[in-house]
Structures are given as C-alpha cells and as structure tokens.
Design a protein around this ligand. Structure first.
Ligand SMILES: [Fe+2]
Ligand SMILES: [Fe+2]
Length: 169
C-alpha cells in the first residue's frame, strides 16, 4: 500500500472506543453544567442539561448492554462485564431517584446537588474501569461491520420505551 492509499483509506471517524469515551465526558459535562448553573431561576430550564445527560446515559447503557457487550469475546471479560452490568443497575437507580426529585419539586435545591454529586462519583468509578478494561476490546473484538453498526446507532438510535438495564430485571 502506498502512502496515498493509506491516506485514502484512513478512517476519519472516531474509533468506537473513542466515541464511547467521548460520550462519558459529554454526560459528565451535562451534570456538571447543571451543578454550576446557579444563576438560572427557571427550574425547568435549569434542569435541561441534567435531563439531557441522564437521557444520554440511559441510552449509553442500553447500547453497551444490548449491542456492544454481547459482541465482545466473553472469556477474560466475563467478570469485568458482570461488574459493569451491576454498576449500570446502580447508576440506573440513582437516575430514577434523581428524576423523582426533579419531578417532585424542581425548585427545591436541597437533595438535587447531593444526588448529582453522587451520580458523578459513581460514574467516575465506573468509567475509570470501563475505559481501560472493556473499551480497548471495542476496537479489537468487533468486526468492521459491527463497528459501523455501533457508530450508526451512536449517531441516531433512541432508547426503546420501557427498556431497563439487565441488573434490574
Ligand atoms: Fe460506558
Ligand atoms: Fe458502562
């Protein structure tokens, strides 16, 4: 392959691992933006970045559990994947609790900030294992066809109604 060929065939899109990692950061940023925005007095408007982040996190977990994890070579990842699924369950429950606080009385600052901080620290703990242990396999275990499928889903898929993570079924 000549240099030109290599350039022509260079994949412009992010690797699947990089795309999932980027989504981790976007979700964190949304929760942090909510925490930082103390100037917005309209509760619904203030909650928007948090609701967007939680929607993204639920869909992120859905894509991991339904599309990505089942396509990874199971052997050495069996235990780590079990841990990931269990932690998805904890994250999911925290999000349910947070959504309830927001619905109850979105003007009550009490409780929401603490719940967000807890969610952020759970996420940090989850992502610092998932990114180095699981994500490298996204680029090596998935076929190129599977990788394009996952990229397409990341770009446009929505969470099916009533879907819950595996740990809570
Ligand atoms: Fe993830
Ligand atoms: Fe995860």
């Amino acid at each position: 392959m000549t240099m030109n060929d290599a350039e022509l065939h260079e994949e412009p899109a992010l690797s699947v691992a990089a795309a999932f990692t980027r989504e981790h950061h976007q979700i964190d940023d949304g929760i942090e933006a909510f925490l930082a925005d103390t100037a917005e007095h309209d509760p619904a408007r203030r909650a928007r970045p948090l609701l967007t982040a939680m929607e993204a996190l639920r869909r992120h977990i859905y894509l991991e559990e339904e599309v990505v994890f089942p396509r990874l070579a199971p052997g050495p990842l069996m235990m780590p994947l079990m841990v990931m699924r269990r932690e998805h369950g904890e994250l999911w429950e925290r999000m349910d609790a947070l959504a309830e606080i927001l619905e109850d009385d979105s003007s009550a600052a009490s409780g929401i900030a603490d719940a967000c901080t807890e969610l952020l620290s759970l996420l940090e703990d989850h992502n610092r294992k998932e990114e180095p242990i699981i994500y490298p396999h996204l680029d090596t275990d998935l076929t190129p066809e599977e990788q394009s499928l996952v990229r397409e889903l990341l770009a446009g898929e929505t969470l099916p109604e009533d879907w819950t993570c595996q740990a809570l079924r």
